[in-house]
Each structure stands twice: as structure tokens, then as C-alpha cells.
Design a protein around this ligand. Sequence first.
Ligand SMILES: Nc1nc2c(ncn2[C@@H]2O[C@H](COP(=O)(O)OP(=O)(O)OP(=O)(O)O)[C@@H](O)[C@H]2O)c(=O)[nH]1
Ligand SMILES: [Mg+2]
Length: 587
Amino acid sequence: MNIVLVGNANVGKSVIFNALTKSYVTVSNYPGTTVDISKGIARINTEDYTICDTPGINSLIIHSEDEKVTRDILSKSDIACVIQVADSKNLKRSLVLTLELLELGLPLVLDLNMSDEAKERGINIDLKKLSQKLGIEIVETVAVTGEGISKLKDAIPKAKNTQPLKGLSAAGTDEIISLRKKNQIIEELLRDVLRISKPKAKSASEFIGSLTVKPISGIPILIAALFVMYLFVGRLAAVRGVDFFEHTLFGVYINPFLNSFIEKFIPVPFVKEFLMGEYGLISMAVTYAFAIIFPIVTAFFLFFGILEDSGYLPRLSVLSDRVFRVIGLNGRAILPMVLGLGCGTMATLTSRILETKKERILVSIILTLAIPCSAQLGVIMAMLSEFSFKAFLLWFSTILLVIIVIGFLASRLVPGRRSPFIQELPPMRFPQIGNIIVKTAARLKWYLKEAVPLFVLGTFVLFVSEKIGLLGLIERALSPLIVAWLHLPKETTAAFIIGFLRRDYGAAGLYQLARIGALDKIQIFVSLIVITLFVPCIAQFFVTVKERGLKVALIIAGFVFLFAFFAGGLIDHLLRYLILVKGIAVL
Ligand SMILES: Nc1nc2c(ncn2[C@@H]2O[C@H](COP(=O)(O)OP(=O)(O)OP(=O)(O)O)[C@@H](O)[C@H]2O)c(=O)[nH]1
Ligand SMILES: [Mg+2]
């Protein structure tokens, strides 16, 4: 039998799910974290149940795709109990959904979560009275500390099938009358059960929150956040961390040991090259994955987790709404894009939280074209940190410009409409260290599982191509593009080839070339622009096919490929002119 967790967005459903099932699904402080159903098993009173975590909804009437998922699961037949998780701070919004759930007639438990924050704000809810009026079990929880979870478990077997509230049936089927009636009922309920004892004072977190959304203070805060990320991921992890992993751990211990091991036991030249050669399984795939990319993504995921849990991201949507309006989107679109910095594949799924098809296509285009994924971003920052933060900002502005120009043009071409922007702002919170660590570990595990096999495959492809002379052929064939147009050395071709499999792997290849001094400043910058704009990795391409259809995915990928090389060459010529002819130190 199933127990389904439903509720408005960002109320703590996923934390409750994790507490009940002892498994982990992502928890973040913004609406729309969960976009698909997650299932887990929980033992409640000696019985095993399947618990379903669902995307947040405001109503059972569907607006966006992620809401449909929830609606669908509620119409299944084997539901033992529905738990509505609610934000105690916002009882009114929760009750709109409760009234709709009552009409389903299923056993229902109302979980008033975040009661810690409600109490802080002096909000008191008379549970007994509310429970009587609605005819359902009600418990209070603080999901993040586990308070009340055992009461919630006790309430599940007690839940009985619900009935629609009286008075509501009288409204019949007229939607507007029924809406008015519902509001009236909710107002009455609130008058009976809700007591607010403290006058509303502005807290420090509210003050900081309000600074982040005003352009005058918000833009400097954004730049400061980027700077901290650049220092932490670019300088600390990517330069120091990679140095340690590559030179000390792999350079001094692991690789020499493996070398002598192979020398001793399998002294066959072919095997030696296969494992430790230029395109060797260990010297390339394993070293790139663990020595270069692992420290970078770890730092990135840590930083990102803190950002997510602080509640900054929804505020960034408010700040950026004006820019997004130019490109046919609204501020909500910042979420999939920022998530795309973690992984474009996941972010493409998150574009479900957008309301119209047009918006989802536009976001898919931008995700494919201009959003680098975590490891790639880290490598980019590391390479640019050889110059200055200025170079990083120049890269950032170039990409932003591409997003705005292409977004603007695409929004004229793709038919459809833009939806109005409504963003609820969750409170700014101090991130929970425990959640950040668990989340980072879960992401790292997923990352390794996802990336390493493709790294191995990519290396194998390069190894074979090199052996049969295909690589040289491709290098020569692409030389008008890579050498003549982009002014890059032909060795970068291999990096772009593996970039097809995973962009971060391609970026790591460029990083290696830069570190051995094979690229000058302009070449570094240009190759980074190209690899950023470059085709999506295979996984992201397939998710785009799944979500948007093959035709749209192919058009996007084809366009992006041409555009990346075109823009790279343009920037190369511009930089050469500015730096070499005019002598301006742009980088
Ligand atoms: N203070 C406090 N914070 C909570 C509580 N429950 C959840 N949170 C925080 O609220 C945020 C949202 O939690 P999630 O579990 O991701 O919310 P959700 O309902 O699954 O959200 P969506 O998947 O977006 O619909 C996270 O930052 C949690 O740490 C609580 O009882 N008290
Ligand atoms: Mg969730």
C-alpha cells in the first residue's frame, strides 16, 4: 500500500520523506526541488508501506507538468493514506489544498511542518479545533530536527476516509461560486484556530533577504557570490586541490607504483600504452576523473549546496526577472539554469516547473548552449584564475551576452507565450551542515557513476582512433575549423571529440594542454568559450530528446554546434585585434 506525501512547494515534504524512509532525496530551500516521484519503503507499526514523495502543488487543478505528476499519483487506487505536509507559517495557503484533498475521500493526515518557524513568529494553531472541524488527523512537526515524526507515524493508521466539508457541496459545480465559498470557509477556519501573539518584526534574515532582490544591493551581492565561488572552486579546489591530487597523490605515489607494477608483470608495450600511454585508461581517464575533476566537483557541490539551502536562489529569480523578460522567460527560469551549473541533464528535467511549452523550449536551448556544468565550470575557473578575476568576469559577461542575444532571437522564433511571474520567497535560513554533507555525498556518488564510465569510453575511443590513424585524419579534416578559424593547436581536437561524450572531460583535456603550456592566453580564452557553448553531452542530449522530442533536440544540438565554433572564431579575431593590434590588456 502507498502513502503519498503531498503539499505546497518547499514545505518540507522531502525532509519528511527522508525521515520516514531513511533514504535520501534532494532537499533544498526553493520551490520546485522535487520534479518527479521518489519512492521508498517505510515500516510503520509493523507494516511496510511504499512512501511517495511528490513535487509541490498549490491545487489539484493542474498548471505545470510537475503538478500533473502529483495529480496522477493521487488517482491511483492503492493509497492507504495521504499525508499533506503544510507550512505552519502559511496555513491559509495550505488549507486551499486541504479542502481539495478532502473531496478525494481518501484517508488524510495534515502535517503542520515548520512549526519551529511558526512559533518564532508567534503563530499558534489550535490543532484540536482544526482537527474537529476538518475531521482529519493533524500533527505538528519540525522535520529537520525529527520532532513530531513519531506522532506522524502514529497518526497514519488512525486516518479515516474523508468527506468534503459541508457547505461546499451546496455550491454545486459552479467553479467561481465554489471558489468564493472555499475562501469564506477558510477565513472562518482561520478565525477559529489561528492566534498570532507577536507583532511582526523584521528579522535580520528578512533584512538580508530584501537586500538581495534590490538591484542596487543585489547585483554587488551576486558579484560577491561569484567571487567567493571563484576563490573556493577556481583557486582553492582547482588549483591547490588538483595540484595536490595530481602531483602528489597520483604523480608521486599512484602512477609510479602502477608503472613499475605494469613494467614488472605485464611488460607488453601495447598493454602498457593502453593503460599508461597518452590516451591511457589510467593515465588519462582515471587521472582526469579523480585528480582533476573530483576535487573540483566536490568544492562546487559544497558551495552550491550552501547556496541552495540558504534561500538565495529564489531571490536571484526576482533580481533577474527583468533580464529574463527580454528573452521571453520570467525569473522562474533562473532555477533550471543555475541548477544547470550542477548538471545540465538534471536541469533539463527541472524545466518542468515552467508553465508554458515555449518557456521549456527556450530554457532547453539556453541550457544546451550556454550553461557549463559543474566540473566544466570549475575547470574554466581554474584556467582563468591563471589570469585574473577580471578574465573570469569577461568570460561570464560573454556567456551572459550570448544568452541574452540568442534568447531574445529564439523567443521571437519559438511560438507560444510567457507566463506571469509569481515567486514565493522562502525565508533565508542558515544552511544545515548535515544536509549539505549528505547532499554533496549523494551528488558525488551520482557524479562518479555517471561520469567515469563515459570517461573510460571516451579514452577508449581516442586510443583506438589514434591507433588506426583516425585521430590524425580527423585532426587534418577539422584543421580549417580548429587551426585556421579558431587559431588553436590541432591537439585541442581530441579535447573537443571527448567533449561530445562529456563536456567536463573535454574541458579537463584543455586544462591539461594549458598546464603544459601548449595554449597561450587568447587560445585559452577562446577554447573555453567554444567548450562552454559546445554541444551538450550525450546524457543531456538524450534527456532533451525525452522531454522535448527528437526533432527539437536535434535542431537545438545542430544550431549549438555551429554557433559555438562561429562565436569562438569571432571572439578570437576580436581579442587578437584588441590585444595584439591595439595593445589593450583585455585579459
Ligand atoms: N526550520 C525548518 N526548516 C525546514 C523544516 N522542514 C523543512 N525545512 C527546510 O525547508 C526547505 C525545503 O525542504 P524540502 O524538503 O526540500 O521541501 P519540499 O516540500 O520537498 O519542496 P519541493 O520539492 O520543492 O516541493 C529545506 O531548506 C529544509 O531544510 C522545518 O520543520 N523547520
Ligand atoms: Mg521535495
